[in-house]
Design a protein around this ligand. Structure first.
Ligand code: FAD
Length: 290
């Protein structure tokens, strides 16, 4: 049994990174070599994303399985509940079980544009906490993690309400959290404080994304609703037109962010590396000694 929860009890910062199944089939052939490169970096675990509605479930299982069996990586497999009834969730979990996966990140997901009203209405789990409770009760072999949001989830009416819902998640069996990406550490420290006030003792890994091109702000970052501090927007204004300098400055910002979090005793650092092992290597090399 390899419960990722136990990694947080070893007295060191837990390092991890996220991988997503490529959309194009031709990129799939590259993914195994990327996993091997990440395996050589020996993070504590990787997480593998899952399409809302299970759109890429097969690829997600294959990637998780290869990472675990051929690269000696511990894996946290994401699973989403939007559009899933109990049977569909059971099928998804069974596929992970068969691939040797013991840790899942229970997410609600967002309704995909192409999901019909009928598919959406068949869901048995309204919130991630409903799915977490179901998994912990019926599949106790899985360790269940959940998502949290330093700037609150976009649907939540307030930070306080969103934090109350994290307590519901923790009570439903979520044993550690991974945060949405953020660029201002004070927002993360404030979230930690709100969680402490609610007696949530589950560890939290901080989500860090190196911004290596100006274009990323228009896509991934703006989709996540993350605010951009002046220091980072100044970096983009200064280096945005020069790919190499922008990459260096973006990595440097992420390294400084992570080093500050580590000096504040953060439980874990989860890197959003956009399937680029080299980014993980540069950042891990810098923060593991800082
Ligand atoms: P929930 O925890 O259900 O929260 C959604 C909203 O409902 C929040 O506003 C919350 O305050 C509220 N809420 C929660 N519980 C309750 C309750 N019991 N009663 C009332 N209100 C409640 N999406 C994917 O499709 N695939 C992925 O692989 C994926 N990976 C992710 C990884 C991380 C680390 C993060 C932060 C997000 C990821 N997402 C992924 C996106 C995620 O699915 C969306 O952000 C989604 O909108 C919310 O998912 P959730 O699990 O946080 O939902």
């Amino acid at each position: 049994m390899s419960s990722i929860r136990s990694f947080y009890e070893k007295g060191h910062t837990v390092f991890s990174c996220e991988i997503y199944p490529p959309k194009k089939d031709e990129e799939l052939s590259d993914i195994n070599s990327k996993l091997e490169a990440i395996g050589a970096l020996k993070p504590d675990f990787i997480s593998v994303t899952y399409g809302a509605g299970g759109s890429n479930a097969g690829k997600a299982v294959d990637i998780a399985s290869y990472a675990k069996k051929s690269c000696s990586l511990e894996v946290l497999s994401h699973i989403t509940s939007v559009g899933f009834n109990r049977n569909k969730l059971e099928d998804g979990l069974k596929a992970f079980e068969e691939a040797g996966i013991e840790n899942v990140l229970a997410l609600r997901g967002d309704r995909p544009k192409n999901m019909t009203d009928e598919q959406y209405a068949m869901r048995d789990f309204i919130h991630a906490s409903d799915m977490a409770e179901f998994i912990t009760k019926n599949h106790p072999g899985f360790t269940v993690a959940g998502a949290c949001y330093p700037e609150k989830h976009f649907e939540a009416e307030s930070e306080a309400f969103d934090a109350d819902m994290l307590k519901v998640k923790a009570d439903a069996g979520i044993s550690f959290f991974i945060s949405q990406l953020f660029f201002d550490n004070d927002l993360f420290y404030a979230l930690e404080e709100r969680m402490k006030e609610r007696d949530i003792s589950a560890p939290v890994s901080a989500g860090i994304m190196p911004v290596t091109s100006a274009k990323m702000l228009g896509t991934t970052v703006s989709l996540s609703g993350t605010s951009i501090p002046k220091e980072l927007s100044d970096i983009i204004a200064r280096f945005g037109d020069n790919a190499e300098d922008m990459k260096k400055a973006g990595i440097d910002y992420a390294v400084r962010q992570a080093a500050d979090l580590i000096s504040h005793g953060v439980d874990g650092i989860h890197l959003y590396i956009m399937n680029k092992p080299k980014l993980a290597e540069e950042i891990f090399n810098a923060i593991r000694v800082s």
